[in-house]
Design a protein around this ligand. Structure first.
Ligand SMILES: CC(C)(COP(=O)(O)OP(=O)(O)OC[C@H]1O[C@@H](n2cnc3c(N)ncnc32)[C@H](O)[C@@H]1OP(=O)(O)O)[C@@H](O)C(=O)NCCC(=O)NCCS
Length: 169
C-alpha cells in the first residue's frame, strides 16, 4: 500500500484519548539497548502522552490509514523544551506511528505534509530532535545528523536524542 492511501487531517484537543493510546503504543517500541533502561522508564510518562499545546496549535496532524489513526505529528516554530523562536526555522514535533501500521508510509506522508506547510509559511530550515531508533526515518526524509544532545524529560531525567536538520528548498 502506498502513502497515497494516507488521509491527513488536523488534530484537535478532541483527539486526546485516541492519540494517547497511539503515542503510548508507539513509544513502547523504543526499548533500545542504546538507551539507559532506567532513564527510558523514567522518561516514558512525559514522552508518551499527547501534548495539549500541540493538539491545539493547528500544525499538529493525524494520518489515517483504512479510516483509522495510524500516525500523528506536526511542526511548530517554537524550539522543543525552550519555546525559543528563530526566524525561518521550525521544529518537527512528537511524531509517532501506531505499531499496527508501522512501515506503511503514514509517518513519512505526514512529514512531507509538515515540510510542505512549513515551506508555505516561509520556513527555510526544519529541525528535529529524533529518538535514537527514529534517526533512519528522518534520514529517509532528507534530514542529516548534527549532533547528539541531551533532552530533558522531566525532573532530573535526560535522554540522548539526535539533533537533525534539513533545508526546505
Ligand atoms: C519513527 C516512526 C514515527 C516511523 O513511523 P512509520 O509510519 O513506520 O514510518 P514510515 O513507514 O513512513 O517509514 C518511512 C521510511 O523511514 C525509514 N524507517 C522508518 N522506520 C524505520 C526503522 N525502525 N528502522 C529503519 N528505517 C526506518 C525507512 O526507510 C522507511 O521506508 P521503508 O519502510 O520503505 O523502508 C515510528 O517508528 C515510531 O512511532 N517510533 C517510535 C516513536 C518515535 O521514536 N518517534 C519519533 C520521535 S522523534
Amino acid at each position: 500500500m502506498g502513502s497515497s492511501d494516507v488521509v491527513i487531517r488536523r488534530a484537535t484537543p478532541l483527539d486526546h484519548d485516541t492519540l494517547a493510546s497511539l503515542i503510548a503504543a508507539a513509544y513502547a517500541t523504543l526499548d533500545d539497548e542504546r538507551y539507559d533502561r532506567e532513564a527510558l522508564v523514567a522518561a516514558m510518562p512525559l514522552m508518551s502522552r499527547p501534548n495539549p499545546l500541540l493538539l491545539a496549535c493547528g500544525t499538529y496532524f493525524v494520518a489515517e490509514l483504512d479510516g483509522e489513526p495510524a500516525a500523528c505529528g506536526g511542526w511548530t516554530r517554537e524550539e522543543p523544551g525552550t519555546g525559543k523562536v528563530k526566524e525561518g526555522v521550525a521544529h518537527i514535533r512528537h511524531f509517532a506511528a501506531d505499531p499496527r501500521f508501522a512501515r506503511r508510509g503514514a509517518a513519512s506522508a505526514l512529514l512531507r505534509h509538515c515540510l510542505s506547510q512549513a515551506h508555505a509559511a516561509q520556513i527555510e530550515r526544519m529541525m528535529s530532535q529524533s529518538t535514537l531508533p527514529a534517526e533512519p526515518f528522518y534520514a529517509f526524509a532528507g534530514f542529516r545528523r548534527l549532533k547528539i544532545v541531551e533532552a530533558k524529560m522531566g525532573e532530573g531525567v535526560v535522554l540522548p536524542v539526535v539533533l537533525m536538520e534539513r533545508a526546505i528548498p
